[in-house]
Write a protein that binds this ligand. Structure first.
Ligand SMILES: *Cc1c(COP(=O)(O)O)cnc(C)c1O
Length: 230
């Protein structure tokens, strides 16, 4: 059953790439497995997926113990500073850095385990008051400050677009963050690359790919609806 969902997502990714002349390899599919049981992650793993996204530190820690070691774990949710230490040794990419204080803590913990931890800066591109992420206007300054930390490495930007019924409504925001990432890349800041653009979820990943996403985070489209009451 999950194989069929994956086939559909894969087809959609391919057609979005085709539409704008991008190569399929330019886009990484992250299976967002939050709230889902380990047996479902296993099933998706057996279909060939190696990138999983979670939004809670505890869930990453519990699941990673029960699953193969070659999984790339992506932290995509709001991260509390006191929990950084639990994921710093193994996390592939932290998508949700939106303050200097958080980056500083990642830097401290990364130093302890002799790692340079890849991160993205989360941008609240639509300026929604209910969402985390730094404003578009403050992003460059945050990037410049975080770039000075030796044990974190900024690799790009992430955004969570507004919840909409018609994905076309988010095209403007995807364009905006792509533009921001190009502008920041032009600054040639030491230790900073803008290679990754993490945007697009089940409702809008095709539009996101058309606008330059290099990572899409798909949960419902692969695993089905989430039940938060469990
Ligand atoms: C839950 C979540 C997703 C996946 O959402 P779906 O709509 O289920 O695809 C993507 N990104 C973040 C940051 C999330 O928290």
């Amino acid at each position: 059953m999950l194989q069929e969902n994956l086939n559909q997502v894969e087809k959609n990714i391919q057609s979005a790439c085709d539409k704008v002349g991008r190569k399929r390899e330019e886009v990484t599919l992250i299976a967002v497995s939050k709230t889902k049981p380990v047996n479902m992650l296993s099933e998706v793993y057996n279909c060939g997926i190696r990138d999983f996204g979670e939004n809670k530190v505890q869930e990453i820690c519990e699941k990673r113990e029960q699953l193969p070691e070659d999984i790339h774990w992506h932290m995509i949710g709001h991260l509390q500073r006191n929990k950084v230490k639990y994921i710093v040794s193994d996390v592939t990419l932290i998508h949700s850095v939106d303050t200097y204080r958080l980056a500083e803590e990642i830097n401290i913990q990364a130093k302890k385990v002799h790692r340079i931890v890849p991160i993205l800066i989360e941008v609240n591109i639509a300026g929604e008051t209910t969402k985390f992420g730094i404003s578009k206007e403050e992003t460059l300054q945050l990037v410049e400050e975080v770039a000075k930390l030796e044990n974190v490495r900024i690799q790009g930007l992430m955004t969570i677009a507004p919840f909409v019924n018609d994905p076309e409504e988010n095209r403007l925001y995807f364009k905006k963050i792509k533009e921001l990432s190009v502008d920041i890349a032009k600054e040639n800041i030491d230790n900073v690359s803008m290679d990754i653009l993490s945007m697009g979820m089940t409702g809008d990943y095709m539009v996101a790919i058309e606008e330059g996403a290099t990572m899409v985070r798909v949960g419902t489209g692969i695993f089905g609806a989430r039940d938060y009451n469990k």
